[in-house]
Design a protein around this ligand. Structure first.
Ligand SMILES: Cc1cc2nc3c(=O)[nH]c(=O)nc-3n(C[C@H](O)[C@H](O)[C@H](O)COP(=O)(O)OP(=O)(O)OC[C@H]3O[C@@H](n4cnc5c(N)ncnc54)[C@H](O)[C@@H]3O)c2cc1C
Ligand code: FES
Length: 326
């Protein structure tokens, strides 16, 4: 189940962004500030407002709060736009393959709608996977894009359609054979992929096997509890283990040099909220009570926050013993 929320800038003015980018939102819930990233699901061609489309996570905090409490007139702070998941820097005739699964459709839907508004003549194939036809987000828009754009092919795929649904389209999870059949010229496309972590990994492997150069493969990760904690650090070093204490949980663990505060939290059984797991979204912000860390972020924290003693657990490496408020 998903809902779309639309925002205008307080005090007027048009938000400036490229279709496909995201904003970091700060929600004040029960006296706490909770940060979550949401891709803009509306096109940059109608930029008097911007929309986000949120899927309800039955065990999630913010998505449930939005579904149950968000009301017209409420003000929410946000920073952005952020991210490189857009085609504004590509030549206007570069062929695109948009390939998404589940709620990962949101940035691609914004890109498609912007291309439709601009009446693009570029070649675009948009493949979207959902488990059942009734879970297919933007289904009505897909019909609109198909009828409006001659060079655009929209291919919805239901991975597990129930028999009674009457689904006659393609079925099954992504495979190399399926993708090679649907996109014969895939090696000449710039690929935009967004969806669950395993899906993106699979598509990336297939695209590479089918000849898509790495620099032509762009992906957006929404994170998620089932994704790996963090990639093994590219900066892994040898050396003595480092102690990381967690003051609220009254526990501690040890990590090897090059591992993050989030790795230490996982080992200690301490839950820290995460989303992107790559220093972009700011969800995993923690306060450093003692010691210092090397924060290798990608825009998810400001200098001011770092000066106040905050860090991002997913991309901060302890430099000696540290104590974290968590
Ligand atoms: C760049 C980017 C763009 C995104 N765009 C979108 C978008 O367009 N649409 C969208 O719907 N989402 C999007 N997301 C995901 C979004 O930011 C949130 O992660 C998502 O809405 C879930 O937030 P939540 O607060 O509801 O869940 P959370 O409370 O963060 O929980 C998420 C999961 O963590 C687990 N969990 C929570 N608390 C605990 C605990 N104490 N112990 C163990 N496990 C726990 C639960 O299993 C739950 O399923 C995006 C993320 C990124 C990084
Ligand atoms: S989880 Fe996004 S910055 Fe750490």
């Amino acid at each position: 189940m998903a809902k779309t929320y639309s925002f205008v800038i307080e005090g007027g003015g048009a938000p400036s962004f490229h279709a496909g980018q995201f904003f970091n939102f700060v929600f004040e819930i029960d006296g706490q500030q909770l940060r979550r990233s949401y891709s803009i699901s509306s096109p940059d061609t109608r930029s008097q407002s911007l929309s986000i489309t949120v899927k309800r996570d039955p065990k999630g905090y913010v998505s449930n709060w939005l579904f149950d409490n968000m009301e017209v007139g409420r003000t929410i702070s946000a920073t952005g736009p952020l991210g490189q998941f857009h085609c504004a820097d590509l030549p206007a005739d570069a062929p695109l393959l948009l390939i998404t699964a589940g709620s990962g459709i949101t940035p691609a839907a914004a890109m498609m709608q912007a291309l439709a508004d601009r009446e693009t003549s570029r070649s675009v194939i948009f493949i979207h996977y959902a488990s059942r036809p009734d879970e297919m987000l933007f289904a009505r828009d897909m019909k609109h894009w198909t009828s409006k754009l001659r060079h655009v092919q929209i291919i919805p795929i239901a991975t597990r359609p129930p028999e009674y649904s009457g689904w006659v389209g393609p079925t099954g999870r992504v495979t190399q054979g399926q993708l090679a059949g649907l996109v014969p010229d895939i090696s000449g496309c710039t690929v935009f992929c967004c969806g669950p972590t395993e899906f993106m990994q699979k598509v990336s492997d297939i695209a590479s096997a089918l000849g898509v150069p790495n620099e032509n493969f762009r992906s957006e990760s929404f994170g998620g509890s089932d994704s790996p904690t963090t990639n093994p650090s590219p900066h892994a070093q040898t050396g003595p283990m480092i102690e990381v204490g967690f003051s609220r949980s009254d526990t501690r663990s040890e990590v090897a040099p090059g591992q993050t505060i989030l790795d230490a939290a996982r080992t200690a059984g301490v839950h820290i909220q995460t989303s992107c797991r790559r220093g972009v979204c700011g969800t995993c912000r923690v306060r450093i009570e003692e010691g210092s860390v090397d924060i290798r972020h990608q825009g998810g924290i400001s200098q001011r926050e770092m000066d106040k003693g905050f860090a991002l657990a997913c991309c901060s490496l302890p430099l000696g013993k540290v104590i974290i408020r968590a």
